[in-house]
Design a protein around this ligand. Structure first.
Ligand code: TXA
Ligand code: MG
Length: 336
């Protein structure tokens, strides 16, 4: 068995048992930590919504052990879904497909589609395998949104989960910090052309390599069908303001002079900031920016920051997902 971090084989089996008996397990994936329940158990799924404080018409992603699950949870598998999952599973890609007739309204928010993904994390994969073996021949899926309260910043460590959800989860598996750090890319595979509903761990450029062209990125109206697409998502308590490097000094000076507690997050060290401004550890390359983003947003809150000025990464590759999350965090700060 490959590295399970600080999780033991016994913990994996316990997690599978908790899921099979209707409980909630928070577990690491390569993107963010998920709050998992048996996707075929309506009462367990209802607990996810109540613990998260999430409206029940917002659908959940169903995590499956391998590509065979696609056939079982979907009524039919479009060619595009097949192509994309062949290349990107296990990995940070969620495909939307028409749901099989038996799949519940509770997990899909009453929609005719279901979101499916095979994650890429030794702990998540071990839990999925162990859970599937407990269910014998029944289709095994773990419904799991990010393990944070609705609208807040997604967790990328077990400590983030514990800080957010505390005793409301039956078991938290600690698989270390998530390596991707932003959520999966969601691709609606049901149309003639695929549509990206959420930017995430698989970049548009990588999708284009498989599809032969850049996919459509759904505009705000279509995207609002996914709850993670609400403008006010991914928000810390601090007001988040996106700013170009050139404008940083003047903005920071203005806000510190007005008496606000100010912090700065940027890809690299910024010279010459006023002494009162807190400079968070630089976020580095786009890949690293994605990995540390949510932890830095949480850190700003722990430090009691009023205004967080953020210099974003360049918006290509995974940088596009980082910019997307930062824009949402900043829209939330505007009271949207
Ligand atoms: O990386 C991820 O995707 C993480 C990890 C835990 O796998 N999960 C995650 O789940 O981000 P959540 O619930 O926080 O965000 C899932 C998004 C929501 O915006 C939801 O509305 C959308 O996926 N979604 C899921 N199923 C859908 C469906 N059938 N139709 C439209 N949107 C769907
Ligand atoms: Mg979420």
């Amino acid at each position: 068995m490959s590295d399970l971090h600080s999780v033991s084989r016994g913990d994996i089996e316990r997690a599978a048992g908790v899921l099979a008996s209707g409980g909630l397990v928070a577990f690491p994936t390569e993107t963010v930590y998920g709050l998992g329940a048996n996707a075929s158990d309506p009462e367990a799924v209802a607990r996810i919504f109540s613990v998260k404080g999430r409206p029940t018409d917002h659908p959940l992603i169903v995590h499956i052990a391998n590509v065979d699950g696609l056939e079982r949870w979907a009524s039919s598998v479009p060619k595009i879904a097949r192509q994309l999952t062949e290349v990107f599973w296990p990995g940070p890609l969620t495909v939307l497909v028409d749901r099989a007739a038996w799949v519940g309204d509770d997990v899909t928010g009453g929609r005719s589609s279901v979101g499916l993904r095979v994650p890429d994390h030794t702990v998540a994969n071990a839990v999925l395998d162990s859970f599937a073996s407990l269910l014998h021949d029944q289709p095994a899926g773990i419904a799991a949104p990010s393990a944070n309260r609705f609208g807040r910043v997604s967790p990328t460590t077990a400590d983030h989960v514990r800080a957010d959800l505390g005793a409301d989860v039956d078991l938290v598996l600690d698989g270390g910090p998530c390596l991707v750090g932003v959520e999966s890319t969601i691709v609606d595979c049901r149309g003639v052309v695929p549509a990206v509903l959420r930017l995430g761990g698989i970049s548009l450029e990588r999708l284009a390599e498989v599809l032969g062209a850049l996919p459509d990125v759904a505009g705000p109206t279509a995207r609002s069908i996914t709850s993670g697409m609400m403008p006010s998502h991914y928000a810390p308590q601090a007001r988040v303001v996106l700013v170009a490097l050139e404008g940083l000094f003047a903005n920071v000076t203005d806000q510190t002079q007005r008496g606000f507690r100010v912090a700065v997050l940027a890809p690299a060290v910024v010279a010459g900031l006023p002494d009162e401004a807190i400079e968070l550890e630089p976020a580095g390359t786009a890949d690293n920016y994605a990995r540390v983003l949510y932890d830095r947003l949480r850190q700003a809150d722990r430090l009691g920051v009023d205004v967080l000025f953020v210099v974003p990464p360049s918006p290509d590759g995974i940088g596009a997902a980082v910019v997307d999350r930062l824009e949402r965090a900043s829209a939330a700060s505007d009271g949207e």
